[in-house]
Design a protein around this ligand. Structure first.
Ligand code: 3HC
Length: 678
């Protein structure tokens, strides 16, 4: 068996090197190699110190997640690290890239840690529904104190080398290009001195002196950790480091880790980790396909959507030209963009000079000809096929050949739009979600004639502007909105049949969505598309508008709102709904929360099944990525398709049948064969 670990001698220092691409995950061969390397150093009297480093793009990025849930092979990480720490010869971690999770725990088990300035360190296990499982929660607070350890364990965001040095996680920052030599020199300087073991002593005194720190942290992070198991487990593990001796603290960490690992939340979050990466891959296109260089982008429309889209590119340093029909629309649009940046800067998330830098990349125009030299133009105009066809016809005439023309349509047929040009191969959909500068999701709509290099360019560009991209085929509403539609139909039907609208919202909130459909309607404005004729009321929205209930904007929609925008259910609305239902001939009845949940969510799964069957999504996990990033589907359930797998497709099928709802052949086949989507 070839080992990914090799050793090199530099006089009295043994360097243990891992070469396990792509990210030096700590799979069983790596753990075995590390153990062998340490044993080699300990058994050789001429070795006086040890350096551990990695080849490739990063220090160990953590445990090998693909091994989770499988029978353990080779030495386990905690024992390997204990053996390393027990050494009397100084062991130095030499860090570049990202020392994450188990990788950070390797570093913590070393006696000393040095890193290049660009390195980052962190314990992101919580993002996989876990806590560190190789004594990270016990060693870290002993090294950096509870106050510094808590956010690292509970929030999981990596910290910079500079910060790591400040809090004592690093002993030295070394040259960006001289990591190995500097680490060897550092190790040699420790020879003969007593080693520093992170497991010794108690957690630094801040958490001991102020036991209230843990509850304060819980209270401060209440919103973020509500309903998620791992953060609370992380708090308890760090707290154990202040109350228990090291060995008992490690035992506590293990108990918590094992419980999380066997739970559905972690399974769902690990599924999502791989789902997001899988979504990057297009099955039938060679990943080496040459992409088109995008040096300048045009955006048509300076409204909320166009402005938000433009900000993505400006923030990534790509020049933008925005086109509008009227100067005042351009002025308003650019004003909003500047204000958004200034607000970000005021919150300290951007330097003031970066605001000017971003705005400096923005030009505006009223003339299509100014878009001629763009490599990509994204249209974000009114959602009407007629308007889009007109815009694409104009673009095709003026924009240089070889440039990509994209539509931000949410529903319309991208193939029909492409036919308005003489370059349908260069046309695709780029469906951003509002607010487009913030929402992570980008649906990339692949038309029948979209060229491979055009699609690959869009995927690459999405990554550059920080989006999570998913490819969708051409269908009404693509992946996300298409699945939203049956949920909305059921939400409205439930009201007609007697469910209270706040119960419908609360079922989804309870499930983990940030908002229910009626809260959403209030936020967006109920009067969108309102014809202003109270005598023509054909649905509940119109009935509410006729009663001057427009949503949050005038303090009353489905809910009544106070100054602080707190919502209270309204008796008036309930009676408007009941009257309307009566007029439409619906009998109202009590509806259980189980029925509400099943009728809202199972039809979405059924729609997802049809999307898969029709090949509109490449894989079930892509659908999960869309719903988690675009619509707030709770990550802890892994997305609609993974959730359906967890519930059982036979249960979903039976639920749909029980409620008299449509069942697709694909879902039925899968359920009857006892299969899963993912
Ligand atoms: N195990 C297995 N595979 C991993 C992995 C891991 N820990 N981390 C990354 N990979 C794989 C990815 O799936 C991807 O595979 P693919 O090319 O087949 O899709 C490949 O490595 C490259 O990953 P990215 O596309 O994410 O590469 P980036 O350069 O964008 O990011 C990274 C690199 C920042 C290291 C990122 O991969 C990452 O965040 N990895 C996970 C880190 C993590 O969560 N570590 C904790 C693991 S749990 C743990 O350590 C438990 C311990 O306490 C016992």
């Amino acid at each position: 068996m070839t080992s990914p670990i090799r050793t090199e001698r530099h006089d009295d220092v043994l360097v243990i090197i891992s070469d396990n691409p792509p990210v030096n995950a700590l799979g069983h061969k790596v753990r075995q190699g590390l153990k062998d390397g340490i044993e080699q150093a300990l058994s050789d009297d001429s070795v006086k110190a040890v350096v551990i480093r990695c080849d490739g793009r990063t220090f160990f990025a953590g445990a090998d997640i693909t091994e989770f849930g499988k029978p353990p092979v080779g030495p386990n990480l905690p024992e390997t690290l204990d053996e390393m720490e027990a050494s009397d010869k100084p062991v130095v971690a030499a860090i570049h890239g990202t020392a994450l999770g188990g990788g950070c725990e390797v570093a913590l088990a070393c006696h000393y840690r040095v890193a290049v300035p660009s390195a980052k360190m962190g314990l992101p296990e919580v993002k996989l529904g876990l806590i560190p499982g190789a004594a990270g929660t016990q060693r870290l607070p002993r090294v950096v104190g509870v106050e510094n350890a808590l956010p690292m364990v509970v929030q999981g965001n990596p910290i910079t080398a500079k910060k790591a040095l400040e809090i004592g996680l690093l002993d030295q920052i070394v040259g960006e290009d001289s990591l190995e030599a500097d680490a060897i020199a550092f190790a040699r300087a420790q020879i003969g001195k007593p080693v520093k073991r992170s497991s010794e002593g108690t957690a630094q005194q801040d958490g001991v002196k102020n036991p209230g720190l843990f509850d304060e942290f819980r209270a401060k992070n209440a919103r973020r950790i509500r309903g998620v198991h791992a953060p609370e487990a992380g708090i308890q593990a760090v707290q154990a480091a202040t109350r228990l001796n090291y060995a008992d603290g490690v035992k506590k960490e293990r108990e918590l880790f094992v419980e999380l690992m066997s739970g559905t939340q972690s399974a769902a979050m690990r599924h999502y980790f791989f789902a997001e990466r899988a979504a990057n891959k297009i099955d039938d296109i060679d990943p080496q396909t040459k992409t088109i260089e995008i040096a300048k982008v045009g955006v048509i429309g300076a409204g909320t959507m166009g402005g938000g889209i433009a900000m993505n590119f400006l923030s990534a340093g790509i020049p933008i030209t925005i086109l509008e029909m009227k100067q005042d629309a351009l002025d308003r649009g650019t004003g909003v963009i500047r204000k958004n940046y200034e607000r970000t800067a005021a919150r300290g998330r951007m330097k003031p000079e970066q605001v000017d830098q971003a705005m400096g990349l923005l030009t505006t125009t009223l003339d299509y000809a100014d878009l001629a030299d763009c490599d990509l133009v994204i249209e974000a105009v009114y959602e009407s096929m007629e308007v889009k066809i007109d815009v694409f016809g104009k673009l095709d005439e003026v924009v240089k050949q070889g440039a990509i023309l994209a539509s931000n349509t949410s529903y319309l047929n991208v193939d029909e739009i492409a036919q308005a040009t003489k370059r349908p191969g260069y046309v695709l959909g780029l469906h951003f979600f509002s607010p487009a500068n913030i929402m992570k999701l980008l649906e990339i709509v692949r038309g029948a004639e979209t060229r491979d290099d055009v699609l690959m360019t869009a995927m690459k560009l999405a990554k550059k502007i920080g989006k999570v991209a998913v490819v969708s085929g051409v269908c009404h509403g693509f992946i996300g909105n298409r699945m939203l539609s049956p949920r909305q139909v059921q939400a409205n039907a439930l009201l007609m049949e007697g469910a209270k609208y706040w119960e419908v919202d609360d079922v989804l909130l309870e499930f983990g969505f940030p908002m229910g459909p009626f809260q959403m309607a209030d936020l967006a404005g109920i009067d969108i598309g309102w014809h202003r004729d109270p005598s023509k009321v054909t649905n509940i929205r119109e009935a509410l508008c006729a009663a001057d209930r427009f949503g949050q904007k005038n303090g009353k929609g489905f809910y009544d709102y106070d100054e602080a925008r707190n919502r209270t259910p309204s008796d008036e609305v309930q009676s408007i709904i009941a009257d309307f239902a009566r007029k439409e001939g619906h009998e109202q009845r009590e509806i259980s929360t189980d029925e509400i949940r099943e009728r809202l969510l199972y039809p979405m799964v059924n729609e997802g099944a049809m999307i898969l069957d029709e090949g509109m999504a490449q894989r079930a996990s892509d659908i999960d990525v869309v719903w988690i990033n675009g619509y707030g589907w709770p990550l802890t359930t892994g997305g609609p398709m993974f959730w359906a797998d967890t519930v059982g497709l036979d249960v979903v099928l039976a639920g749909l049948e029980k409620h008299g709802l449509p069942v697709s052949d694909y879902l039925r086949r899968k359920a009857e064969a006892g299969e899963r989507f993912n």
